[in-house]
Design a protein around this ligand. Structure first.
Ligand code: NAP
Length: 280
């Protein structure tokens, strides 16, 4: 059996075409979908991520407003910026680029984002709502993974899903989204014992660890679905994907799997917000 390649680059291109049309439809009603990006400090990786998000907005005809704050910004100053954007009716989505400098209370600032504009799915309220199956914009990376899985008609109900990583933006929401689709979910982290044995029983694995090629090919069960959320400068992810096409039934390539879906999901959520908060 040939493994299905869960090609995020291809799906995001298809999705961009439909988003472009939705932007045109909104423009005809006098609404210009707008994403506000907030970058605090001078982290080069963060600057690149924000630039990529703004470029994608431009490609589909959306507006983006770039707010750049100095490294010395305080929590109160950032809260004030978020408050203004919450009150600005021309802004449909707010992205606060993670991480912010250490003097800032990042959680407080994330949670200051209005739930209606939380298109990046970073607020506790959004996470809670999503977990309870109430309409909310889920965190973009796991939401993008779910879109990729659904696009390929992969049924996760009843599968043994193992998520390696429990970060607020990735591992935890990923686990809740899979649970909501009736998978049986195990969440693993740095204190998990016998990780290899847990993965050996997984029908679906999500690698969200942040360590290059951390999950070994020989831990993976034949015909498992393999999702690699990691991306490292050496162009590999968190899973060793060498020979994965001979083992997995489906897998996300790195690059070109999960990454493109993350940005695409952010702009999709912003358009949905402009369409008045209708979410999938
Ligand atoms: P993170 O906040 O650093 O979280 C990493 C998670 O991995 C933590 O929960 C940690 O456990 C766990 N972990 C660390 N060492 C482990 C070990 N030895 N065994 C098992 N679990 C271990 O990272 P993140 O933000 O979730 O990102 C994870 C990966 O996804 C990274 O490679 C990142 O580059 C990538 N990413 C990609 C996108 C995208 O758009 N494609 C977006 C975001 C992130 P503890 O909780 O116990 O510390």
């Amino acid at each position: 059996m040939t493994a299905i390649i869960l090609d995020g680059k291809e799906l995001s291109k298809i999705s961009e075409e439909s988003i472009k049309q939705r932007v045109v439809d909104l423009s005809e009603k006098g609404i210009k979908p707008t994403l506000a990006t907030i970058l605090v400090g001078n982290d080069p990786a963060s600057e690149t991520y924000v630039k990529m998000k703004r470029n994608t907005c431009a490609r589909v005809g959306m507006e983006s407003i770039a707010i750049e704050l100095p490294e010395t910004t305080t929590t109160d100053e950032l809260l004030e910026t978020i408050k203004k954007l919450n009150e600005d009716d021309s802004v449909h989505g707010i992205l606060l680029q993670h991480p912010v400098p250490s003097q800032i209370d990042e959680r407080l600032c994330f949670d200051a984002i209005s739930i209606n504009k939380d298109v990046d799915g970073v607020t506790c309220l959004g996470f809670g709502n999503m977990s309870m199956g109430i309409n909310a914009y889920g965190s973009c990376t796991p939401a993008g993974i779910i879109r990729l899985i659904k696009h390929h008609n992969i049924e996760v109900q009843g599968l043994n899903a193992v998520v390696v990583g429990r970060s607020p933006i990735l591992g935890k929401p990923m686990a809740m989204m899979l649970l909501n689709l009736n998978a049986t979910v195990t969440i693993c982290h740095s204190r998990t014992l016998e990780l290899d044995n847990i993965i050996k029983n997984a029908d679906l694995i999500v690698g969200a660890v942040g360590i290059p090629k951390f999950i070994k090919t020989y831990w993976i069960k034949k015909n498992a679905i393999v999702i690699d959320a990691g991306y490292h400068p050496e162009k590999c992810g968190d899973i060793d994907l060498d020979n994965i096409d001979r083992i997995a039934s489906a897998y996300t390539p790195v690059p070109g799997g999960v990454g493109p879906m993350t940005i695409n999901t952010l702009i999709l959520h912003t358009v949905q917000s402009a369409e008045k908060g209708i979410v999938d």
